[in-house]
Write a protein that binds this ligand. Sequence first.
Ligand SMILES: O=c1nc2n(C[C@H](O)[C@H](O)[C@H](O)CO)c3cc(O)ccc3cc-2c(=O)[nH]1
Ligand SMILES: C[C@H]1O[C@@H](n2cnc3c(N)ncnc32)[C@H](O)[C@@H]1O
Ligand code: MET
Ligand code: SF4
Length: 342
Amino acid sequence: MKIANTRSTNKISFSKNVFIPLTEVCKNNCGYCAFKKDPLNPDTIILKTPDEVLKLLMEAEKFNCKEALFTMGEDADTEKAVQDKLKELGYSNMGDYIYSICKMTLDKTSLLPHTNAGNFSYETMQKLKEVNVSMGMMLENVSPRLMETIAHEKSPGKDPKIRLETIENAGKLKIPYTTGLLIGIGETKEEIAESLLALKDLQDKYGHIQEIIIQNFTTSPGIEMCDYSEPSLLDMIRTVCVGKIIFKDEVSIQVPPNLNLETNQIFLLCGTDDWGGVSPLTDDYVNPTSPWPTFNQLERLTMDAGYKLQERLAIYKKYITPEYLNDNLLDKASNLLKSIEK
Ligand SMILES: O=c1nc2n(C[C@H](O)[C@H](O)[C@H](O)CO)c3cc(O)ccc3cc-2c(=O)[nH]1
Ligand SMILES: C[C@H]1O[C@@H](n2cnc3c(N)ncnc32)[C@H](O)[C@@H]1O
Ligand code: MET
Ligand code: SF4
């Protein structure tokens, strides 16, 4: 079922978040990734403990953050180092661990969890829905061709068939969902258009997609694709414009402000209406060479483009309903919403 748009067009939203990488271990190995680390390296985060997470959450509350963003490698429990640490903490798999961390977040803080950890089974997502106001995963691109290229040849979890199934399952489960495209990983213009249309099909069927991120590949030293060029500004503008034409005002279009520090205002003029999660205390660990603008900078550049900055939650207002949330999440999200609408 579709939900009527209630967004005011002169507002550009953002979410104050804290970025918590629960594990840096991942079963995939994407050519562009700077996040995934070697489980045998002693500096790698194998698993953040509940105490470590709680400490970060408490600090985030002091900064007035409303979203706890749990981002991590996919199916990290396929690695022995993670299995051992899970066992030590009394868990048998990542799904159960993420559940208990999100539950702790809800029980002990005012922050709302959003988990972005790649594919999950239907059953695991059903469980995680109880403790997440929204979830997300980038589709990246629907092209199966990329599975044979440096971007995805070592990443079975980036198979577009599997990603589309995960996003579809989130629709069946009524989980407000964040997804998007990764631009500049070897795809063609046609494949970008096909990817947007595939998301449009899912949105028409389930109506659960709250935002689509158009994210540009950013390079950093040490990644496998370090000497591949980043997409051009025109590639990004074209994608945002086509996305806006396809989704109109029904789904927000987000371009992260830190990945285009010099040019991000252009995207507002092309139809983006959201900056995504911005953190006053943690880095964007996925794009480590791209520091966040401050809230003052964000407000200034939004106003300069003729728009007004508006804080939002990890769940968009139109999904804060009993159809999408259980009583506990509904209660927490509604109360937090009042605090930013005042
Ligand atoms: O800081 C980041 N936040 C990322 N986020 C979080 C996002 O910025 C916001 O937290 C969401 O918009 C909350 O609604 C993602 C969330 C998803 O569900 C899927 C992909 C991303 C990608 C990033 C990212 O690269 N960096
Ligand atoms: C969190 C999301 O960030 C994207 N991602 C991973 N690596 C990069 C990079 N170098 N540049 C931009 N986006 C990236 C992936 O699509 C992931 O799902
Ligand atoms: C750290 S990348 C974001 C989560 C997941 N590993 C994915 O690529 O979808
Ligand atoms: S982008 Fe995500 S799935 Fe790919 S290697 Fe990095 S952490 Fe793993």
